[in-house]
Write a protein that binds this ligand. Structure first.
Ligand code: PBG
Length: 329
């Protein structure tokens, strides 16, 4: 890289007009980059706002189908489902997680039937179904790895049977990608993608999400024995490498904004598709500041999402997906 000296070089020349700025822009955000996470609940033609996530509601199945239709119409390539499960269905062993007719699987089928072109991503983790609020099975206060993986495999197969295009294991148990991939192959689901939450940190930024899925009040302790320590970066690369070897097609870094260095390192080190999750707390911060008039919400939204592209991400899970898609039209 060579840069001349003043006045041969004036950086302001290419900044003078919008046309010139567009011409020299290195990175841009497109609707093709977006995955829209939505929350679903039981019921009919209704929705419940999530107070800690302004603009986000839990949708009944019929409304989830309408939301998917709207997203597809806007050109959003993928939608991701997170169920709010009735407390009566939460157990120690989390059996509802692999019920073929559970809320998530019913909504997957309904969206597939109505909007076949949008890709459906489903979440593989036990927390919505767990009386303990953890992503794995808990015994005597310990989160059991191998028993949890067996449960996650059953959950994966039920989701693939329902028609999920992308399976999203967000649980952080060891060995789950290998077990899930083998089970999918054996069951004839050879083309189902796995987007592994490979570098998922134990983060305070998940707070509003746990409200949205109704896990906040139930969680005993924290998730530090399976989610990553925020002080680590090399471990993220090892996790990504392992998950790719075990059969993940895409990998994720989560949360997003506080971990852009990880996005960059992962995208530099592997040729694989990388996604970032701009999580609930990141969304809530921007929304809350905008609602207070402390910053311009739309500009902050675009700037925060462009950062992921600059850091090398191919896809972004964001609660702003619909707002962005509309603004890009
Ligand atoms: C749990 C899960 C979490 C999120 C997605 N899946 C929370 C957690 O790990 O406690 C967070 C997403 C968000 O905050 O938007 N399996």
């Amino acid at each position: 890289m060579t840069t001349g000296s003043f006045p041969a070089t004036r950086f302001r020349r290419t900044k003078r007009t919008d046309a010139l700025r567009r011409l020299v822009r290195e990175t841009s955000l497109s609707v093709d980059d977006l995955i829209w996470p939505i929350f679903i609940r039981e019921g009919e033609d209704d929705e419940t706002p999530v107070p800690s996530m302004p603009g986000v509601s839990r949708l009944t199945p019929d409304r989830a189908v309408k939301a998917a239709e709207m997203a597809a119409g806007l050109g959003i390539p993928a939608i991701c489902l997170f169920p709010y499960i009735d407390t009566a269905l939460k157990t120690e062993l989390c059996e509802e997680a692999w019920n073929p007719d559970n809320l998530s699987n019913r909504v997957t089928r309904a969206i597939k039937a109505a909007v076949p072109d949008i890709a459906i991503m489903t979440d593989v983790a036990l927390d919505p179904y767990n009386i303990n609020g953890h992503d794995g099975i808990v015994r005597d206060g310990v989160i059991l790895n191998d028993e949890s993986v067996a449960a996650l495999v059953k959950m994966t197969l039920a989701q693939a049977d329902a028609g999920a295009d992308i399976i999203g294991p967000s649980d952080m148990m060891d060995g789950r990608i290998n077990a899930m991939r083998q089970a999918l192959e054996n069951a004839g689901h050879k083309d189902v993608c796995i987007l592994s939450y490979a570098a998922k940190y134990a983060s305070a930024f998940y707070g509003p999400f746990r409200d949205a899925v109704g896990a906040s009040g139930l969680l005993t302790g924290d998730k530090k024995t399976y989610q990553m320590d925020p002080g680590n970066t090399d471990e993220a690369l090892r996790l990504v490498e392992r998950d790719l070897r075990e059969g993940a097609d895409m990998v994720m870094v989560k949360p997003g904004m506080p971990y852009l260095d990880i996005c960059r390192r992962v995208s530099d080190a592997f040729g694989a598709p990388v996604a970032a999750y701009q999580v609930s707390g990141e969304y809530a911060m921007i929304k809350a500041a905008a609602e207070n008039g402390w910053l311009d919400g739309e500009m902050a939204m675009f700037e925060s999402l462009l950062a992921f592209k600059r850091a090398g991400c191919d896809a972004i899970l964001t609660y702003f997906a619909v707002d962005v898609a509309r603004a890009l039209l």
